[in-house]
Design a binder for this molecule. Structure first.
Ligand SMILES: Cc1cc2nc3c(=O)[nH]c(=O)nc-3n(C[C@H](O)[C@H](O)[C@H](O)COP(=O)(O)O)c2cc1C
Length: 311
């Protein structure tokens, strides 16, 4: 078990941002994360039994990664899990939390949460897969107490851990997190439970840890994208004297890497704008800065803005 001074920190999957390129650049300039859960791959993508390119072992040497699958089809889940096993993975995460209507309306991600029988059947049908299983979920789709019945089902399956984001699917990211319901889950689950949601500052983390001493680990997404030093701040790890310089090195590495692998300014700038959507929060006048970046249409314009930013 981790000593209280060294909490287990997990980088949350943020599709479109925390891909292997991000994870490798991140680990070069910042520290504090023990593990990352990768953004989901769907079993539709795996129809041709192709190995998911971003999960290739050679791209994932620097930070331990658990791949994540979004699926409601147990046969396809098994197939993709078998492919991941041949790639050397030992564990897979099942996404039961995605709130986006395109996903949830098809009873995938959090859209499956109001159907405990289907979840039970799914788990029964994937029992015995080669990989260990963890689940990332919300409290429910329509209502926060949908999880109560689900915890019983999860308790019957040998999960490595249960990651809970204490919102409903319908809430998306609006409104507050429901810490009362999270507390009930923590009491009812026989699996190690990970907390995930709205850890934006070091103070947020310590407040939550004070309340939930039984939590087995802490998953952080948007907070670490806005302040990449957050995990190091939480763990009291040494920070660089010049944080801005470090941010710049990280940014430049991402920018150059995307310029190498992506074709055309709109793709490259799309990725960088995705990054700045969060990172801008570390800067003064963040809204104005973000607006300026979002308006950018050419690489040249973007480079000029960046020169001003780092100056
Ligand atoms: C743009 C975006 C993409 C996301 N992609 C995924 C994903 O692929 N898989 C997943 O389980 N969660 C995904 N999430 C949810 C996050 O992993 C996390 O649960 C959520 O952001 C709450 O944690 P945070 O407050 O620390 O960011 C995504 C969230 C956002 C905002």
């Amino acid at each position: 078990m981790n000593a209280p001074s060294s909490p287990r920190l997990i980088l949350a999957p943020i599709r479109g941002i925390t891909d292997s390129l991000f994870r490798n650049a991140y680990i070069r300039y910042f520290n504090g994360f023990d593990l990352a859960v990768a953004p989901f791959v769907t079993t539709m993508q795996s129809k041709r039994r192709k190995q998911p390119a971003d999960l290739a072992p050679e791209k994932n040497k620097n930070l331990a990664v658990v791949p994540q699958i979004l699926s409601k089809n147990p046969a396809r889940f098994r197939e993709l899990a078998a492919t991941l096993a041949t790639m050397g993975y030992k564990e897979v995460n099942w996404n039961l939390g995605c709130p986006y209507p395109m996903v949830a309306n098809k009873k995938r991600g959090s859209g499956l949460l109001p159907f405990p029988d289907r979840i039970k059947r799914f788990l029964a049908e994937i029992r015995g897969i080669e990989l260990k299983l963890s689940i990332k979920t919300r409290l429910g789709y329509h209502q926060a107490d949908e999880i109560i019945e689900l915890i019983d089902i999860f308790n019957d399956y040998p999960l490595t851990e249960l990651i809970i984001h204490p919102r409903t699917g319908k809430q998306m990211y609006k409104g507050g997190v429901d810490l009362e319901m999270y507390e009930r889950c923590l009491k009812l689950s026989c699996h190690p439970v990970i907390y995930n949601g709205d850890i934006i500052t070091r103070e947020d983390f310590f407040r939550l840890r004070e309340r939930f001493s039984k939590v087995a680990g802490w998953m952080i997404g948007r907070g670490a994208l806005a302040d990449p030093f957050l995990p190091a701040r939480i763990k009291n790890l040494p920070l660089p004297g010049d944080e801005m310089k470090q941010l710049r090195l990280f940014h430049d590495e991402m920018f150059n890497a995307y310029r190498e692998i992506l074709f055309g300014p709109s793709h490259i700038l799309g990725r960088m704008k995705g990054l700045w959507f969060y990172l801008s929060r570390s800067f003064s006048d963040s809204k104005k800065l973000l607006k300026k970046i979002q308006k950018c249409k050419t690489i040249k314009q973007y480079t000029i803005i960046m020169e001003q930013v780092w100056r």
